[in-house]
Write a protein that binds this ligand. Structure first.
Ligand code: HEM
Length: 133
């Protein structure tokens, strides 16, 4: 578990981002622009619904770093694993980079230290997901 001061700052930063629906649109625009492989995976996806699902997914990652349950993340590990969407673990680096680019645009309090805290907070939950691959 990470120090509460760090996870609090990230939790609050996420709260500021979530005030803008465009935050999630920006995230997916950046993320899908990272590679043709990623874009192809979302070709038939209802992106409005996907933005709604991601809002919860990010909060599960943050809650896990705060000592919360891993149940939701394990189920993402199943859906994203070899027998599901088959998301290669190497693709999560793009996901994190895209998210941080979107946070930087929508959180007026963003700075490089907060960016590093975000990455630290996301890491353990992403390990749960990729660990199920
Ligand atoms: C830690 C990072 C991620 C989180 C929190 C996350 C979260 C989610 C959630 C909540 C869903 C909907 C629920 C489900 O189907 O299980 C979903 C669906 C999906 N995710 Fe992820 N995801 C992440 C990373 C990725 C990555 C890196 C890729 C591919 C490069 C990806 C591809 C997909 C696809 C293809 C779907 C299904 C879309 C559809 O229904 O058409 N995800 N994700």
């Amino acid at each position: 578990m990470l120090a509460n001061a760090d996870t609090d700052r990230v939790f609050q930063s996420y709260g500021r981002c979530c005030q803008h629906e465009a935050f999630f649109e920006t995230f997916y625009r950046i993320f899908l622009g990272k590679s043709d492989e990623i874009r192809a995976m979302f070709e038939h996806t209802d992106m409005a619904e996907q933005r709604r699902l991601l809002r919860a997914g990010i909060s599960w990652l943050i809650m896990y770093a705060r000592g919360g349950s891993d149940v939701k993340l394990r189920s993402l590990g199943e859906s994203h694993g070899r027998n599901g969407y088959d998301v290669d673990p190497s693709l999560y680096g793009y996901w994190v980079d895209a998210l941080l680019e979107a946070v930087e645009q929508y959180d007026p309090e963003f700075d490089s230290e907060l960016g590093l805290e975000w990455r630290e907070v996301l890491r353990p939950g992403i390990e749960v997901i990729t660990g199920a691959y």
